[in-house]
Ligand binder design. Sequence first.
Ligand SMILES: NC(=O)c1ccc[n+]([C@@H]2O[C@H](COP(=O)([O-])OP(=O)(O)OC[C@H]3O[C@@H](n4cnc5c(N)ncnc54)[C@H](OP(=O)(O)O)[C@@H]3O)[C@@H](O)[C@H]2O)c1
Length: 332
Amino acid sequence: MKAHQIILKSRPEGMPTSDNFDLTPVKLPSLQDNEVLVKNLWMSVDPYMRGRMIDRKSYIAPFQIGEALEGGAIGEIIESKNSALPVGTKVSHMLGWRSHFVSSAEGLTALPVTPIDDSHFLGVMGMPGMTAWVGLNRIAKLKEGETLFVSAASGAVGSIVCQLGKMMGAKVVGSVGSDEKAETLTALGVDAVINYKTCGDLNQALADAAPEGIDVYFENVGGEHLFAALNNMKDYGRIAVCGMIAQYNDTTPTPGPSNLAQIIMKKLRVEGFIVFDHWAHYGDFAKEMSQYLAAGKIKAEQTVFEGLEKAPEAFIGLFEGKNKGKMVVKLS
Ligand SMILES: NC(=O)c1ccc[n+]([C@@H]2O[C@H](COP(=O)([O-])OP(=O)(O)OC[C@H]3O[C@@H](n4cnc5c(N)ncnc54)[C@H](OP(=O)(O)O)[C@@H]3O)[C@@H](O)[C@H]2O)c1
């Protein structure tokens, strides 16, 4: 059997390019007792993987040059010497970026039997959906009647934040990088959508979209978006700092927004979070989200690239705004 993996060939400087990755064949060992052979069906590409390409200390270890990349994936067991994981079992795990692998079964979680598509366990039912839920419920504690501003609003996390925000009774303002994305969000019931690439002054566009001021900012982007949000926050507003994708490819440290003093003057609460610290609540989230999906209350869009060899292109596409909803790769 031909197995392949994608390795980190070199560390990106600035925007990653296809030259930073290499598709290489891999020879798999034969199965020992209790081991299984997994064939990957879907893999996730996520912005946080860019941080792991930098050789630095962080909440998660850096990728090593010459070694296969890792990330969320869904696979199927095609050979098994483990009675708890028979052939045909679908599993989620963190060994994406490869076609097959042999596993001791550690780190494999069998997917629940549900009508939900397998790939959604990388998106709305997985880490990005959980991030949206944690940020709104556990960090910002969004309340009915409040105004919520969401950046990268049509992405994997942002699109779920917007829809949960509407269900929680908020007025939702989103920011996106294209008119097509704006139309999709408007169709989902988002109250106002700003195209940050064409609006001119983002600060003013936000003031026009939310003249009453913002209670909660769900921060996915950083830079200009944070500047505009700080200027438009209400007193005692809350900022859930989820990500700052605009800065992930910076080659020199980005100067902070010049208006951080707004945090003092408006008595804001700014709290960063990493979804994995909240994983003990996954069961509560999954129960709620699966009900919303079954009832058609949440729409989970995906952008799909096909073939393991397309994974670098899909990953780079995250920084070029090529996805609506969750970016995933379908392995052939
Ligand atoms: N804290 C956590 O535990 C956690 C967990 C998951 C994700 N995150 C963070 O959440 C954010 C969203 O992640 P995601 O997985 O949902 O990705 P995503 O939104 O599905 O994809 C990235 C999107 O970001 C936008 N973008 C890219 N570069 C940009 C720039 N320079 N300025 C403004 N927008 C830009 C693009 O949309 P446009 O076309 O609209 O520009 C792109 O489609 C990221 O910052 C990520 O790191 C954090």
